[in-house]
Ligand binder design. Structure first.
Ligand SMILES: Nc1nc2c(c(=O)[nH]1)N[C@H]1C(S)=C(S)[C@@H](COP(=O)(O)OP(=O)(O)OC[C@H]3O[C@@H](n4cnc5c(=O)[nH]c(N)nc54)[C@H](O)[C@@H]3O)O[C@H]1N2
Ligand SMILES: Nc1nc2c(c(=O)[nH]1)N[C@H]1C(S)=C(S)[C@@H](COP(=O)(O)OP(=O)(O)OC[C@H]3O[C@@H](n4cnc5c(=O)[nH]c(N)nc54)[C@H](O)[C@@H]3O)O[C@H]1N2
Ligand code: SF4
Ligand SMILES: [Mo]
Length: 733
């Protein structure tokens, strides 16, 4: 029966009157999709589409990129600088010069009174690299505080630390093209289809052509796990035990690559002695994966021609985050899977420019992966910037997660937050709130005024967002891509770069140095400083980057002069013998004893609290919460709970409950789903006053990254009408 079929209206795509498509790079996740923003005859951004000839996304975008042109005019944007003396007072509008003047004099007052390091800066992974480089110059060369870090401590710090411990330097060695060559993929705590949808698409296309096995290790049945050949629902926080057991089997059965190990690594003896303690039977009792599965996966992985590991927050956000990364690197090194086509150890990055900040912001050192601890690096940068090298500290200062406790205990008195919203994103937000209230000076620099943290600031600086400015981002596969400006900054807002330069000029030292508003000039400085470094971008120019739809580093001046195509540049690192960044060129195999220090469920708090993300939302929803098509998918704070557990607790689907931890409580809607096991609830962290009221966030000893994924909670009932009202208020933007 075909009734009605002929009467159906054909789908009509509304004509938005787009007259020009403007090249850019998506400003949400680290996939780094090339995007074109469509503007109408009045120059207004009205549409977005993927760039067809860009290697990363090949014309595709996910549900965030496709509506990204709406961010420019979304509600809550900051229009003008604001100031107040006390956080109890109303804000007053201010001129830019006054706001920056007051900020500078307050920084000077705090530093004169309490010492240079009493003023701290916490930045982000979401501004342009030229901005990062300039902020680093200002923080290290002018203001001179050593308590300068990025929100990447909540995100990529464990990956950075693990790469440094194993390979002697940060820098993910693989690329997306590796999916097209690999014979086996293990994904650790990474949910690609929701968090990196276009990387997932690249993987899926490769897998459909060649059918290699995908093994997903995640306590939750994520969308990636649903599409896996094997899903290992690991006991939270015990990945290192599973890694040790996999290595135990590999060595026991002689499946390692001895030639590679001898030629390229140190530390084999100590590692093999440690993994002897992790036979599959013992390990199964700790990590919850049965011994046959452990043996099977070890053989599958080690016998594959080439094999790759990827991971994201399930590994990094753990008290064993850095060890987890080293464990993955150990597995890759033992089997000779580094620097090969399809054989790699690839950390999937988080924010759009989390890599840019690692490379150029000087947060944990000096630009171009230089170290404060290295005298030559201090000398070189001091000379280049016109700063006495003795002005630089000789060791790294506090990380973001140590800066907040230092405010609590009165060591730090002033804080500048650039593009980060700790009132939603830090663990134990009740403590963060009290901490912020102690500050003599708090400055929030954000594109939106309605970020929760602005309530605790004395000065608010509105910034231009995304393609209201020009510059570059670096994505997960070290690809530098460009954002072109499509419109002027909103209202009175200014670009981050302009703000950093303006503040620099308020200081005598800043007036002596070069601070440029021209993004080409800033990029030229970075190119110059990158020469001969691992992160060599000296062959790139802004135009060449656009022409090639992004270029992977390293791409050197020499290669450019020889006319070598940029694609030859930096697909992979550590491809030759002896290329690791330790003095002898060898990588380190590092033993990883396991100590279980997580807060675990007990009779009083019987559920694991796991947290993470949804495809339609980005972080604290300052953007996606205002974009109708994104927010409508999930406007309500909710938790996933297993239906059997819900039945035991008498919880109905879509009813409200109160979760209680040792830190605080939060009201959420219950969503019954088999995605989580009986002893776990999962909450997306996008909502204000929600999961981070509950989290403990124990710190990794190396990276200082918080264990956002492991806390314990109990469930209590709540008055449904009151909860619905509360919920309505929290949804409203
Ligand atoms: N849509 C969307 N995409 C994003 C973002 C966003 O906010 N929204 N944010 C971006 C950023 S900054 C980041 S860092 C990435 C994060 O990307 P992902 O890390 O992929 O996302 P998460 O949901 O935080 O966590 C991934 C998984 O870790 C699992 N996990 C929890 N505990 C453990 C454990 O002990 N072991 C293992 N193996 N797994 C565990 C969780 O169950 C979860 O499924 O996403 C980026 N992309
Ligand atoms: N429970 C739990 N908590 C978590 C996580 C988790 O998995 N679970 N994940 C952690 C991770 S991986 C991350 S990365 C953090 C993210 O945490 P945050 O960095 O605090 O989150 P965002 O909401 O992305 O904050 C970025 C801010 O930058 C602003 N912004 C956007 N563009 C610009 C710009 O061009 N210039 C300026 N100046 N501002 C801009 C946005 O409006 C927003 O307020 O959260 C962490 N918190
Ligand atoms: S996958 Fe990431 S980079 Fe690509 S469109 Fe989506 S949010 Fe943007
Ligand atoms: Mo992140």
């Amino acid at each position: 029966m075909l009734f009605g079929r002929n009467k159906k209206n054909p789908i009509k795509i509304a004509d938005k009157g787009i007259v020009k498509w403007n090249y850019s790079t998506c400003g949400y996740c680290s996939t780094g999709c090339a995007i074109e923003i469509g503007t109408n005859k009045d120059g207004k951004p009205v549409g977005a589409r993927g760039v067809a000839d860009a290697d990363v996304n090949r014309g595709k975008l996910c549900v965030k990129g496709i509506f990204e042109h709406e961010v420019f005019e979304s509600t809550g944007r900051g229009t003008t600088p604001l100031m107040r003396n006390n956080i109890q007072d109303e804000y007053q509008e201010a001129q830019w010069d006054d706001a920056l003047g007051t900020m500078a004099s307050e920084i000077k007052r705090i530093q004169d009174t309490y010492g240079r390091d009493a003023f701290a800066i916490v930045s982000t992974g979401q501004i342009l690299t030229e901005g990062f480089y300039t902020l680093g110059k200002l923080a290290r060369g002018v203001i001179g505080t050593n308590n300068y870090d990025g929100n990447t401590t909540l995100c990529m710090a464990s990956a950075v630390s693990g790469y440094k411990r194993s390979f002697g330097s940060d820098g993910p060695p693989g690329c997306y093209e590796d999916f097209e060559h690999t014979d086996c993929l293990i994904a650790w705590g990474s949910n690609l289809p929701e968090q990196h949808p276009i990387i997932y698409w690249r993987f899926k296309e490769a897998q459909e052509k060649r059918h290699f096995p995908l093994i997903v290790i995640d306590p939750r049945v994520t969308m990636l796990a649903q599409n896996a050949d094997m899903h290992l629902a690991i006991t939270p926080g015990t990945d290192v035990v599973l890694m040790n057991a996999l290595m135990h089997v590999i060595l026991d059965e002689g499946l390692e690559d001895q030639d590679y190990i001898k030629a390229n690594t140190n530390g084999f003896e100590a590692l093999s002695a440690e993994v002897r303690n992790y036979d599959p039977t013992t390990a199964a009792g700790i990590c919850g994966i049965d011994e046959d599965t452990i043996r099977h996966v070890a053989r599958l992985y080690a016998n594959a021609g080439v094999a790759m590991n990827i991971w994201t927050m399930g590994i990094n956000q753990s008290t064993h985050g850095s060890d987890g990364v080293v464990g993955i690197n150990n597995l890759s090194l033992l089997t000779g899977n580094v620097g090969k086509k399809g054989g790699t150890s690839l950390s999937i990055t988080g924010q759009c420019n989390a890599m840019g900040t690692r490379e150029w912001s000087s947060c944990s050192g000096l630009p171009g992966y230089r170290l404060l601890e290295n005298a030559q690096d201090r000398e070189d940068i001091g000379k280049y910037w016109g700063v006495d090298p003795e002005f630089f500290p000789k060791t790294r200062g506090l990380t973001q997660t140590d800066i907040f406790p230092a405010i609590e205990t009165g060591k730090i008195k002033g804080l500048w937050l650039v593009g980060t919203n700790p009132m939603t994103s830090m663990p134990n937000t009740a403590r963060i709130r009290k901490t912020l209230e102690k500050l003599e000076l708090c400055v929030v620099q954000d594109s939106y005024l309605d970020v929760e943290t602005t309530e605790y600031a004395h000065i608010y600086l509105p910034t231009a967002i995304w393609a209201e400015k020009e510059g570059v981002f670096t994505n997960t596969e070290r690809r530098v891509n460009i954002i072109r400006k499509v419109k002027e900054p909103y209202a009175q807002s200014k670009t981050d770069l302009h703000i950093f330069n303006g503040l620099a000029k308020q200081f005598e030292q800043g007036r002596k140095m070069t601070f440029s508003d021209n993004f080409d000039e800033v990029f030229d400085e970075m190119r110059e400083l990158s020469k001969g470094r691992l992160v060599d971008i000296s062959g790139m120019t802004h135009d060449l980057i656009e022409q090639h739809r992004g270029i992977q580093w390293p791409y050197t001046e020499e290669q450019a002069n020889k006319g070598e195509a940029p694609v030859q540049g930096g697909k992979r690192l550590y491809t030759e013998d002896a290329t690791f960044r330790f003095a002898d060129g060898k990588a380190k195999l590092i033993p990883l004893p396991f100590i279980d220090n997580n807060e675990r469920p007990d009779p009083e708090y019987p559920f694991w609290l796991n947290s993470g993300r949804l495809v339609e939302h980005f972080h604290s929803r300052t953007r996606t919460g205002k974009i109708g098509n994104n927010n409508k998918y999930s406007p309500t704070p909710f938790m996933e709970i297993n239906p059997d557990a819900a039945m035991e607790q008498g919880i109905q689907h879509q009813s409200y409950v109160r979760l209680v931890s040792r830190r605080g409580d939060a009201v959420v809607m219950a969503m019954l789903t088999h995605r989580v096991p009986r002893n776990m609830v999962f909450i997306p962290f996008h909502f204000f006053d929600c999961v981070n009221r509950l989290t403990l966030g124990l710190l990794d000893p190396y990276s200082r990254q918080p264990a956002f994924k492991q806390s314990a909670v109990r469930i209590e009932s709540v008055n449904q009408a009151e909860a619905a009202q509360l919920n309505k208020e929290s949804r409203a933007f």
